[in-house]
Design a protein around this ligand. Structure first.
Ligand code: SAM
Length: 251
């Protein structure tokens, strides 16, 4: 919430790493088709939702449980007007008590929201709710941090004597096996896209190592550097990104 107040309508309102967000949006957009009806649950200030509608001819409904973020999202779509008119709408709503109709959306996007829900039981029922509102044949696009991705990144860091990156106190990263097991009865896993792997190695392993080795005062957490931008342009290899996109198709 504090982050939302500080950054307002900027992408950084939901995550300070703008290049990671850009990678995430590019990955999700690959799975959208013109004409899709998209639900973006936990849409925050609408930055990503508007990007989806700007990059593909889709209609997007964004919901978030913080009214101030929904107001910000609506203001954003009004400001953009023209091309997006009628393509996006935003409503206050709670993913843990989703009132959207069953089998309604071609694409359901849940970006960095499930990890905020605290305990696994709440996360589990939110995942099931996302599956419920996805149309048969449609896709659930879940982009979130996993324990496995986080551990692999920290193992890479440990090899070079870098301390582990802690999990933020307000997050509960997801266990990949639990995600799959929960959704398996109604949805089939199509792909796990490790879109952040190369970027995280570049910015969470190589960059801090170089700063340490050279003793420079470059801010390791500053994403607004050519270093970050360049790594965000490289194809992603390996399984060293905390953030992954899970693509599920509803049967
Ligand atoms: C890290 S932000 C991600 C925002 C957005 N998906 C994006 O890509 O920028 C997480 C969002 O989830 C929302 N959120 C947390 N719990 C929620 C809930 N129970 N129902 C709906 N939204 C929720 C927060 O308000 C916040 O906007």
């Amino acid at each position: 919430m504090e982050q939302a107040r500080t950054h307002g309508s900027a992408p950084a309102a939901s995550w300070s790493d703008v290049w990671a967000i850009d990678l995430e949006i590019r990955e999700i957009v690959k799975w959208l088709n013109d004409g899709d009806r998209v639900l973006d649950v936990g849409c925050g200030n609408g930055y990503s939702a508007v990007q989806f509608a700007a990059r593909k001819r889709v209609s997007v409904r964004g919901i978030d449980y913080i009214p101030a973020l929904i107001e910000e999202a609506r203001a954003r779509s009004v400001r953009l007007g023209g091309k997006l008119a009628g393509a996006v709408d935003f409503e206050t709503g709670d993913i843990t008590a989703l009132t959207e109709p069953t089998d309604a959306y071609d694409r359901v996007v849940a970006v960095r929201v499930i990890i905020n829900l605290g305990d696994w039981e709440t996360q589990r029922s939110a995942l099931l709710a996302c599956g419920r509102v996805t149309k048969p044949g449609g896709l659930l696009l879940l982009s979130d941090a996993t324990l496995q991705g986080w551990n692999k990144l920290n193992e890479f860091r440990a090899e070079w004597r870098l301390p582990p990156i802690p999990m933020p106190a307000f997050n509960s990263y997801l266990d990949e096996a639990q995600i799959l097991e929960t959704l398996a009865p109604a949805l089939t896993l199509v792909e796990v896209a490790n879109f952040s792997s190369t970027y995280f190695v570049g910015t969470r392993v190589l960059k801090p190592l170089l700063i340490q080795a050279l003793g420079t005062d470059v801010n390791v957490a500053d994403p607004n550097l050519h270093w970050n931008r360049w790594f965000a342009e490289l194809p992603s290899f390996g399984d060293y990104g905390t953030q992954k996109l899970f693509v599920f198709r509803k049967r």
